[in-house]
Design a protein around this ligand. Structure first.
Ligand SMILES: [Zn+2]
Ligand SMILES: [Zn+2]
Length: 345
């Protein structure tokens, strides 16, 4: 089968590989019907994910159909349409029991698919801990509607949840890339008083204005003034940082009111400065890290109810045979690209 492979730093290539086989009774083989390209794939390509293993198939965002299903798998049957989770997790260890599945202690726990083991930018993928890492898709939800469930939509749902957004809050989201847009939709589920989105790209601001008309838009230059002007207590109650630029971390905490929660979703290329003397007395709570992707069933139910719709994020579609071209487009951010759906051919 064709599989998009991490060859070396800077190089991914479409290669021929044998079809995957189950290695454990908890595994399932999924025939991929749609996959997508994530910024984390680019982080692997550029060498900023040290755990990534050369030779693996990349990709960790997909939907498909369960084919071979191991004897221990209870929740997925052959023929089921499923969303693949970026994290495979055992569901039994100390961290899993508390919902911290990103830190699952099992061998293939956490972000393994498309990082440490073969991923989804291929015809088929082996999914360990299939009971936890696959979620059946309701009949009324299409593949394109479900495509981001296990990855950027899980991140958006998790970021909004851990930010403890309440009615009355002013929420600032920094960055309106694919993840920022998922955070925006999930923040809306918590009914805050207002949402401010800070984004550099005029085209992406226009996208937000078109699809989410109630949102206040700003740019990094005017973000602090806008946020203070729109907030009752000198800054945003909740700040979610999803830009990951050289200045966005500082912008995030400066825009926060005293005692705010600042959630850092962004993955930075470089260390960031935490100038505690400047923050002294502001009494901020920082929450950081990678998604705990264990709410896929809830997310799919919200999609089925029409409460979340990420299909407008799919701006381009490519066959797997042309995935090189899809990566070029995604990396260049040309042609208004937000997300690309890759289908088998
Ligand atoms: Zn990702
Ligand atoms: Zn676990």
């Amino acid at each position: 089968m064709k599989a998009y492979t991490y060859i070396d730093r800077g190089t991914f290539r479409l290669t021929e590989k044998a079809d995957p086989e189950p290695l454990d009774c908890g595994d399932a083989i999924v025939r991929v019907t749609l996959s997508s390209i994530c910024a984390s794939d680019l982080h692997i390509k550029h060498g900023s994910v040290p755990r990534a293993v050369k030779g693996i198939t990349v990709g960790h965002e997909a939907v498909g159909i369960g084919e071979a299903v191991g004897a221990c798998v209870r929740h997925v049957k052959p023929g089921d349409r499923v969303a693949v989770n970026v994290e495979s997790f055992c569901g039994k260890c100390f961290f899993c029991k508390q919902g911290y599945v990103n830190n699952c202690e099992a061998d293939d726990g956490g972000w393994a698919i498309g990082c440490r083991i073969d991923g989804t930018q291929a015809k088929r993928v082996r999914v360990p801990y299939a009971d936890c890492a696959l979620t059946p898709i309701p009949d009324e939800v299409s593949d394109e509607q479900a495509l981001f469930t296990g990855n950027i939509l899980s991140t958006g749902y998790w970021a909004a949840k851990i930010s403890e957004i309440a009615p009355g809050d002013t929420v600032l989201i920094i960055g309106a890339g694919p993840t920022g847009l998922c955070i925006l939709q999930c923040a809306m589920l918590h009914s805050p008083e207002r949402i401010i989105v800070c984004e550099t790209s005029e085209r992406r601001r226009a996208f937000v204005a078109e699809h989410y008309p109630g949102v206040i838009l700003t740019t990094p230059d005017s973000c602090l003034d806008t946020t203070i002007a729109m907030s009752a207590h000198g800054g945003a109650d909740r700040v979610i940082e999803a830009a990951g630029s050289d200045t966005s971390f500082e912008l995030a905490w400066r825009c926060a009111r005293p005692n705010a929660i600042v959630t850092i979703v962004a993955l930075y290329d470089r260390p960031q400065l935490l100038p505690l003397p400047d923050m002294y007395g502001k009494n901020l709570t920082f929450k950081t890290g990678g998604v705990d992707g264990c709410d896929c069933a809830r997310i799919l139910a919200l999609i089925a109810d029409g409460k979340i719709d990420t299909t407008p994020l799919i701006t381009h579609r490519y066959p797997l045979s042309e995935i090189d071209e899809a990566y070029r487009l995604f990396e260049s951010r040309a042609d208004g690209v937000i997300k690309i759906a890759v289908y088998p051919d």
